[in-house]
Each structure stands twice: as structure tokens, then as C-alpha cells.
Write a protein that binds this ligand. Structure first.
Ligand SMILES: [Zn+2]
Length: 409
């Protein structure tokens, strides 16, 4: 694999949208259009068949004579969060393109066409909705009305932003992909945690992508005077909520091995005054995991714990399920091929899960998917300090190349 080429292309893309504090390249913005034009030129130079769909997902097809089967897709995204790093998404796009380029240059015989996919609008930071490009491809258009109404920080609607970039929002349904088009899809991505850095493994096979289950808990205590109410008579909603926060933490620690985790990220108390014992507490719990059964079991324990605590304090407590998304398991033959390729290339690897969402989640609705993570040397992502070692890029890209070769055989 030509790592020098990969690094050079990543570098050039990172210059587009560069600010003092990182890279800002929102979907359909001017910098996004510039980066896309640069990529399109590369694709043309390599001699791949270029096309775009109505939402602006980009495709580069390599279909030599003899490659007549279902398509093997590979890719990621190039849009960023505000002040993002240079590898999130871009590493996957460039590694995918480099892999196809090498297979073409070496004239490696393949039976399945290979296609680079550059998903549009993966990040939710501009219009509040994530992985839109892949959702459209997978036919997940349930949020059409919310998308139509979504507005960015400058008050520009998605519909207007798309129009300015030359796309018609009302045509997006035309980009739904036929169900049997792809045989498989593989995405390579930078690890967005510090896990691989601690384990010191250059690559990881991703076993699943976690999805959130969101719960709202309302604790009905009793507001009272902070000076004249004796401790033994109090039903302090915040104290009760605090017990539940610790219980959620302890359950998370117990579920660590089973890849489920929960966070109380928001807690409101009422009336929220210095001289009043809190009467009501509303807390929001985000539970994530890669296995629906484990998440449900975890939620059941949180529910039981809430009731127990409420009973002990003689208060009532309401538990409301706000939303529940389906996690994406990646235990299939694609993951097996990734793992086998690690052995073939003698690359040390680990298994991991992704706490963050990716386009792969949606592609998994239409084909078998696999994901490769590459070690993040800084341990941070969605940040300008995001960093990867050159040798890790080399290993990651070689692994993707080997995987695609096997899949397309
Ligand atoms: Zn990403």
C-alpha cells in the first residue's frame, strides 16, 4: 500500500476548511464542495467510474472485465464537526480509494466490482441529523419532515443548503439503493476512544455499533423550607436522584464486560432555589450497548433500582422510555474475513465496539457489513488533536486492502 500517497491526500483534504482550531467542513458548505471536487478529480485520474446520487453521496466504481457479481462497497465520510480533526471519516475514504487504486494498478483479478462510497452528511452538527446519506441509501426516510424543517446555526435550512450546492431535497427518495445491489460493505474509521491506545493495538475488528436507549425518570419528592424542615421529615428529590445516579454508575461498572454502559447526562431539579429542599428531580439516562437483550436487561435493573430507592424514601417515581434504537451487530462473515486478514498480514489486533454511530449501521440494513478501527494516538476525536501514527495507517490500510481483495475474489 502506498502510505505516502494516503498521507498526502489526507493532508490536502485537511487544508480545505482548515481554521485556527481545527477543520470545519459541514455537508453542502463551500468547503465541502471544494473537498468533493478534489476527490472527484482524484477518482477521474485513477480511472474509476464516477457518479453521485440525488443527495450527494459520491460513488467511484471499479468494474474490470470479469467482475460481474454483486458490488463490494467500501468508504466513509468527509464532512466534519466544527473544529474537527483530519482523520475522522477522511481516513476511511482515502484508505478505501487507495485500496481500489492498488487493486486496479496491480490488475488483481476480481469477480465482484468494487465501489468507493463517500457518504454525505454523516455528522449531525450542521442540521441535527446524523448519517443522512446512508439512511437515504438504506431507505430509512421516516424523518423526512424533520429533515425538511432542519436549520443550521446560520438559519439556513437543509433544503436551501442543498439547493445552493446544486441538489434537490425533494428528489432524495430516488437515491434508495436496490436491496441486493451490495454483497458486502466495509468501513475503516479512526477509533474515537482511548481503548486501542491503552491496548496498544494498531487495528481492531468492530463487533458492533452501540445504539442508545433513552429513559426519563421523574422523582416526586417534597419541596420544603431549607431552614425549618428537619432532616427526618425530608423527601429531598435531589438526594434520592443522587442515589440513583450512583446506582446507574455501579450497574455500568458491572456491565462493562458485556459492553453496555449508562450515563446520567442531564438532571433538572425543581424549584432549584438555594433555600428550598428540592421537590422534584427529572433525570435523563442514556443506556448504550451492542446487544438489544443486554440493553433491555440493563434497563430492567435500572427500573428495579429506581423503584427500590423510591420505596425506601417513600416517594413516587415515574419511569418513561423516551426512545430505543436498534444496535448493530457485526458478527458475520465480513468480520471473519477482517480477522483472518489480520492473521494473514501478521497485524496485531483486538476486538472492540463502537460507542459512536457510523454509516455502517444503515448499510447493515441492506447488506453484510464489517468495520475496521485504526488506533487513535491522541485518544480524542471530533477535536483538532486527533492523531494517528503513520505505521498504524499503513497497517490499517493494508488490512482494508487485503479484506477487499478477499471479498471481491
Ligand atoms: Zn466519522
Amino acid at each position: 500500500m502506498n502510505t505516502v500517497w494516503i498521507l498526502d491526500v489526507i493532508d490536502k483534504i485537511s487544508q480545505i476548511g482548515m481554521t485556527l482550531n481545527g477543520i470545519t467542513r459541514h455537508a453542502f458548505s463551500q468547503s465541502d464542495m471544494q473537498a468533493r471536487a478534489y476527490l472527484k478529480k482524484l477518482i477521474d485520474d485513477i480511472g474509476l467510474e464516477y457518479r453521485e446520487d440525488t443527495f450527494g453521496n459520491m460513488f467511484a466504481l471499479y468494474k474490470p472485465a470479469g467482475a460481474v457479481g454483486q458490488v463490494i462497497g467500501t468508504g466513509s465520510h468527509i464532512d466534519t464537526v466544527p473544529n474537527g480533526g483530519k482523520y475522522d471519516g477522511v481516513l476511511g475514504v482515502v484508505s478505501s480509494l487507495a485500496s481500489i487504486k492498488t487493486i486496479k494498478e496491480k490488475n488483481i483479478p476480481i469477480c465482484h466490482p468494487l465501489e468507493l462510497i463517500v457518504f454525505q452528511a454523516e455528522e449531525s452538527s450542521s442540521f441535527g441529523h446524523a448519517t443522512m446519506g446512508s439512511k437515504i441509501m438504506a431507505g430509512k426516510l421516516d424523518n423526512f419532515v424533520q429533515w425538511e424543517q432542519s436549520v443550521d446555526n446560520n438559519g439556513i435550512t437543509l433544503v436551501e443548503a442543498m439547493k445552493k450546492a446544486g441538489y434537490n431535497f425533494y428528489d432524495i427518495h430516488k437515491s434508495v439503493v436496490e436491496k441486493d445491489k451490495y454483497k458486502a460493505f466495509v468501513e475503516l474509521h479512526i477509533d474515537q476512544s482511548e481503548k486501542m491506545k491503552y491496548e496498544n493495538k494498531p487495528v481492531a475488528v468492530v463487533d458492533g455499533i452501540a445504539a442508545p436507549l433513552r429513559v426519563k425518570v421523574i422523582i416526586h419528592g417534597e419541596a420544603a423550607h431549607s431552614g425549618s424542615t428537619a432532616m427526618r421529615y425530608r423527601k429531598d428529590a435531589l438526594v434520592i436522584a443522587s442515589e440513583l445516579v450512583l446506582a446507574v454508575r455501579n450497574l455500568s461498572l458491572a456491565y462493562d464486560e458485556r459492553n453496555a454502559i449508562a450515563t446520567v447526562g442531564k438532571l433538572d431539579i425543581f424549584p432549584s432555589a438555594m433555600n428550598v429542599v428540592p421537590g422534584t428531580a427529572i433525570m435523563y439516562i442514556d443506556i448504550r450497548g451492542i446487544n438489544s437483550k443486554t440493553i433491555d436487561e440493563f434497563f430492567g435493573l435500572i427500573r428495579a433500582e429506581s423503584s427500590k430507592i423510591a420505596l425506601r424514601y417513600k416517594v413516587s417515581c415515574e419511569i418513561e422510555l423516551m426512545s430505543s434504537e436498534k444496535p448493530c451487530m457485526l458478527n458475520n462473515y465480513v468480520s471473519d474475513i477482517i480477522e483472518k486478514s489480520c492473521h494473514e498480514l501478521n497485524i496485531p489486533y483486538m476486538h472492540t465496539i463502537s460507542g459512536a454511530g457510523h454509516d455502517t449501521m444503515n448499510m447493515a440494513e441492506i447488506t453484510e457489513c464489517g468495520m475496521i478501527f485504526v488506533k487513535n494516538d491522541s485518544g480524542v476525536s471530533h477535536h483538532q488533536n486527533e492523531e494517528i501514527l503513520k505505521e498504524d495507517i499503513e497497517q490499517g490500510a493494508s488490512l482494508l486492502y487485503q479484506t477487499l481483495k478477499t471479498l471481491a475474489k
